[in-house]
Design a protein around this ligand. Structure first.
Ligand SMILES: Cc1cc2nc3c(=O)[nH]c(=O)nc-3n(C[C@H](O)[C@H](O)[C@H](O)COP(=O)(O)OP(=O)(O)OC[C@H]3O[C@@H](n4cnc5c(N)ncnc54)[C@H](O)[C@@H]3O)c2cc1C
Length: 463
C-alpha cells in the first residue's frame, strides 16, 4: 500500500488522513505544533480550554456532518446544540443588524435610507446606460471598491463597505479583489434589492452551484463539543491512529525533496520521512520555499505574493455577565473587528460564575500591531471597551493573548494570477497535493476542509 505523508494536522490534513487510513494507506502526519487541530484546536492554559476564536460545528454536507456526529455517538450530552445565532454590529456608536439588511440601513441614522437610495439609484442608472453600449464586463476580477459602488451605490460603499473592509484587511479597498465578498460575482440590481428587502442578508458566501449561502449556512444548527472545539480534531486523530496512521506532533517540516524515482523525502529537524505521495496543508508561500529542487523564480515570486492575514486573540475573563447580549458583535472604528461573548455561545470555556470575551484583532505578520507586547495589546482593547462602556479594567480577572500568523488568505486584486501560476506548478507533480484553507488559498470553514480532505483522499485512492 502507498505511503502518504501529510503536512499539517488541521482539519484538512486530518480529513485526508481519516479517509486514507480507512482504506489501508500507510499515513504519517507531520505537525509543527505540540497539539493537533490547527485553527480548530483547543489550547489548555491553566484550567481553561481556549479555542482559536469562537468556533462551532455546522454543515450542510450530510456525510461530513454524520461522520463528525458519529465521533460522539452515544454521548450526545458531550455536545452543545443550538439552533439560532444572534449577531450584532456596533457601527458609529449604534447597534445595527448584521449581516447588513434594510433594517440596518435605517438603524445607521435618519438620513441613511434616503442617501443610500439616491446613490443606489444613481449607480443603477449609470450601469444601465453603460450596459446599453458595452458588453457587461466580468465582475469576477473587479476590486471590492468597484463592486460595492456598482451594486450598492457610493453612499453605502463609503459608509459601510470601505470602513469595515479596510479595518479588517488593513488594505485599501481599491487594492482588494471583490472575492473578499465571496458571492460578489453573482450580484446585480434585482438581486441586491431582493437580498436587502426579502432575504434580509447579503448573500455573502454563495460560491459555487449547490453550496449554501452564508445566510443559509449561518442558520444551520450548530454543535459544540463541551470539552472545546478541538475535541473534534482529537477524536479524528484517535480514529486515524486506530486505523494504523501515525501523528507526529512537534515535527516542523523543513524541506520536501522530490527524488529522481518520483518519491519524496520530507525532512524535519531530527527525522526524514520517505513517501510516495505528499499532501501539504500549510500556507502556499511556505511550502513552495521548502521544495527541492527549488521551483523556478517566477513560481517562487508568485507564491510569495500570496499572503495571509494574521490574528491576535485576546481572552478576557470577567465576573461581569450580559456584556454584549449576543454571540458575536462586529465593530467598526475600533482596534478590534469582533468580540464574542462565550457565555452566549457555549458557556463551557469559562466557570459558571465567570464570563469569557474573545477579542479578535486582525493584522499583518510582523507589523506594528503584531509586535506590540501583550500589555500594549491588552491596554488598547480595554481602553476601547471602557470608552464603549462595555467593560472596565477592574472587571478583568485575568487575560491571555494568542497570536496566529497565517489565518485569512488575502485576496488582493491580482491574487488569481499568482495563484494560477502556483497551481500550474503543482499540477505537474501528480503525487503532490497542496490543499485546504492555507494550501489552496481558500477561505472556508472546518466542515468544508474535511470535505476537501475526503475528496483529495478519494482522488489518491482512485490513482
Ligand atoms: C477566528 C476563527 C473562527 C472560525 N470559526 C469557525 C467556525 O465557527 N466553524 C467552522 O467550521 N470553522 C471556523 N473557522 C475556520 C476553520 O478554523 C478553518 O477553516 C480550518 O480549521 C482550517 O483547517 P486547515 O487544516 O485547512 O488549516 P490549518 O488549521 O491552518 O492547519 C494547518 C496546519 O499546518 C501546521 N503547519 C504549518 N506549518 C507547518 C510545517 N512547516 N510543518 C508541519 N506542520 C505545519 C499548522 O500548525 C496547522 O496545524 C474559523 C476560523 C477562525 C480563524
Amino acid at each position: 500500500m502507498k505511503n502518504v505523508i501529510i503536512i499539517g494536522a488541521g482539519m484538512t490534513g486530518l480529513g485526508t488522513a481519516w479517509r486514507l487510513s480507512e482504506h489501508g494507506f500507510k499515513i504519517n502526519i507531520l505537525e509543527s505544533d505540540k497539539i493537533i487541530g490547527g485553527l480548530a484546536k483547543t489550547i489548555k492554559i491553566g484550567n481553561q480550554n481556549l479555542d482559536i476564536g469562537p468556533h462551532s460545528f455546522f454543515s450542510e454536507d450530510k456525510e461530513v456532518l454524520k461522520k463528525v456526529l458519529d465521533l460522539f455517538e452515544g454521548e450526545k450530552s458531550t455536545f452543545q446544540y443550538s439552533k439560532k445565532r444572534n449577531v450584532k454590529m456596533i457601527f458609529r456608536g449604534k447597534y445595527i443588524d448584521y449581516p447588513l439588511s434594510l433594517k440596518s440601513i435605517f438603524q445607521m441614522g435618519i438620513l441613511s435610507p434616503i442617501l443610500s437610495s439616491l446613490s443606489f439609484l444613481k449607480s443603477y442608472i449609470r450601469l444601465s446606460i453603460i450596459s446599453l453600449f458595452f458588453k457587461k464586463k466580468e465582475i469576477k476580477n473587479s476590486t471590492i471598491e468597484k463592486w460595492a459602488i456598482d451594486n450598492f451605490g457610493k453612499y453605502l460603499y463609503l459608509n459601510f463597505f470601505k470602513p469595515y473592509t479596510e479595518q479588517f484587511w488593513k488594505i485599501n479597498t481599491s487594492e482588494l479583489s471583490s472575492r473578499v465578498i465571496p458571492s460578489s460575482k453573482k450580484f446585480d440590481f434585482a438581486k441586491t434589492l431582493k437580498h436587502l428587502l426579502i432575504n434580509k442578508y447579503f448573500d455573502l458566501a454563495k460560491r459555487e452551484p449547490g453550496e449554501l449561502s452564508l445566510q443559509e449556512r449561518e442558520s444551520l444548527p450548530t454543535y459544540y463539543p463541551k470539552k472545546g472545539y478541538g475535541e473534534i480534531a482529537n477524536r479524528i486523530g484517535k480514529k486515524i491512529e486506530n486505523n494504523g496512521g501515525k501523528i507526529h506532533t512537534s515535527h516542523n517540516v523543513k524541506e520536501v525533496i522530490l527524488k529522481p524515482n518520483n518519491t519524496f523525502d520530507v525532512n524535519t529537524k531530527d527525522k526524514v520521512f520517505n513517501g510516495d505521495i505528499v499532501v501539504s496543508t500549510i500556507p502556499l508561500n511556505r511550502i513552495i520555499n521548502k521544495i527541492r529542487p527549488s521551483p523556478e523564480k517566477t513560481i517562487l515570486n508568485s507564491a510569495n505574493k500570496l499572503e495571509y492575514l494574521s490574528l491576535i486573540l485576546v481572552y478576557l475573563n470577567t465576573k461581569k455577565k450580559n456584556i454584549l447580549n449576543c454571540e458575536y458583535c462586529y465593530f467598526v472604528d475600533r482596534p478590534y473587528n469582533r468580540i464574542s461573548e462565550m457565555d452566549f455561545i457555549t458557556g463551557n470555556m469559562n466557570t459558571e460564575d465567570e464570563n469569557l470575551l474573545i477579542v479578535e484583532i486582525s493584522c499583518h505578520y510582523q507589523d506594528k500591531m503584531w509586535n506590540y507586547s501583550n500589555e500594549e495589546v491588552f491596554s488598547l482593547c480595554i481602553d476601547a471597551l471602557e470608552k464603549d462602556n462595555l467593560l472596565k479594567k477592574e472587571n478583568i480577572l485575568h487575560y491571555e493573548i494568542i497570536k496566529v500568523p497565517s489565518v485569512y488568505p488575502i485576496y488582493r486584486k491580482d491574487y488569481e494570477i499568482h495563484l494560477k501560476e502556483v497551481e500550474k506548478y503543482f499540477f505537474k507533480i501528480n503525487n503532490f497535493f497542496s490543499i485546504g484553507r492555507q494550501g489552496q488559498f481558500y477561505y472556508g470553514d472546518s466542515d468544508q476542509m474535511i470535505r476537501i480532505g475526503f475528496d483529495t483522499a478519494d482522488k489518491i485512492i482512485k490513482q
